[in-house]
Design a protein around this ligand. Structure first.
Ligand SMILES: Nc1ncnc2c1ncn2[C@@H]1O[C@H](COP(=O)(O)OP(=O)(O)OP(=O)(O)O)[C@@H](O)[C@H]1O
Length: 223
C-alpha cells in the first residue's frame, strides 16, 4: 500500500453566522500517494469549501485533515503557507496565470518561490507541448494553452498533491479532453496525487475513482 498523502476524518465545516448549520459534515477520505480521484457535486454543495480545507486555506470545525502526516489544525498561517507553496500545486478554471510574465516565467515561479534551480522548466514546457511558446505572454495563448501553462506551473516543483478546481470549465469539449489526458499523464510522470473537483461526469471519468460530495459526506460513484 503506498503511503497516504491526505486523510480526512469526520471533517465538518460550519461558516460563521450559519447558526451552527454545517455546510459539510462527516467527510472521510484516504488519498494514497500518486492516486488520482475526482470529486463531483452540485453547485453550492461545498466543493470549494472542501478544496480550501484540503489546502489548509480554511480550518475544519470538526474532525481532522492530515496532510503528509501533519495535522492542518496544528499549523499556523506561516507553516500552512509554506506547506502549500512547497507541497501542493493548484489548477483553476480561470487559469490564474500572471499576465505580465512570459510562459517560461510563469512556470518558473514556484521554483523561484521555493529557492529551487530552474533546469526543470524547459523539460516541463516540452512535456506539456509548449516548448516553442516559452517567450510568449499569456494574452498570446489560447485557453487550452493557458491551462497547459497552469498544469506545468502546478507540478514543476514536484508537489505531492495537485488540487484542480473545474480545470476544463472554460474549455471546449475537444480541448477539455486533451487537457484532462495531459493532466493525468503529468500526474503519473511527477508522482503527484491529484484531486479533480468538477460537476462534469465526463471530466470525472478520467480519474482512478470518483466520489460524490453531499452535505453528509463523500460517497463512491460507480462508473
Ligand atoms: N465564507 C463563507 N461564509 C458563509 N457561507 C459560505 C462561505 N463560503 C461558502 N459559503 C456557503 O457554503 C456553501 C458551499 O459553498 P461552496 O462555494 O463551497 O460550494 P461549491 O460546491 O464550490 O459551489 P459552486 O460549484 O457553485 O462553485 C454555499 O451554501 C455557500 O453559500
Amino acid at each position: 500500500m503506498p503511503p497516504s498523502v491526505l486523510t480526512m476524518s469526520q471533517v465538518g465545516k460550519a461558516y460563521p453566522g450559519s447558526q451552527g448549520r454545517f455546510v459539510l459534515r462527516g467527510l472521510e477520505l484516504e488519498l494514497a500517494a500518486g492516486e488520482y480521484i475526482a470529486v463531483i457535486g452540485e453547485s453550492g454543495v461545498g466543493k470549494s469549501t472542501l478544496l480550501n480545507l484540503m489546502a489548509g486555506l480554511d480550518q475544519a470545525d470538526e474532525g481532522e485533515v492530515v496532510f503528509e502526516g501533519r495535522r492542518l489544525s496544528e499549523q499556523d498561517d506561516n507553516a500552512a503557507t509554506l506547506l502549500r507553496r512547497q507541497r501542493i500545486g493548484f489548477v483553476f478554471q480561470a487559469f490564474h496565470v500572471l499576465p505580465q510574465l512570459s510562459v517560461y516565467q510563469n512556470v518558473r515561479l514556484p521554483l523561484a518561490l521555493n529557492g529551487l534551480p530552474e533546469d526543470a522548466v524547459l523539460p516541463m514546457l516540452a512535456a506539456v507541448g509548449l516548448a516553442d511558446k516559452a517567450g510568449r505572454k499569456p494574452r498570446e495563448l489560447s485557453g487550452g494553452e493557458m491551462q497547459r501553462v497552469s498544469i506545468a506551473r502546478a507540478l514543476i516543483h514536484r508537489p505531492s498533491l495537485l488540487l484542480a478546481d473545474e480545470p476544463t470549465g472554460n474549455l471546449d469539449p475537444t480541448t477539455a479532453a486533451t487537457i484532462l489526458a495531459l493532466l493525468k499523464s503529468r500526474l503519473r510522470d511527477t508522482g503527484a496525487a491529484g484531486i479533480l473537483v468538477t460537476h462534469s461526469m465526463v471530466a470525472a471519468a478520467s480519474a482512478d475513482r470518483i466520489l460524490r460530495l453531499t452535505p453528509t459526506g463523500l460517497q463512491p460513484v460507480n462508473p
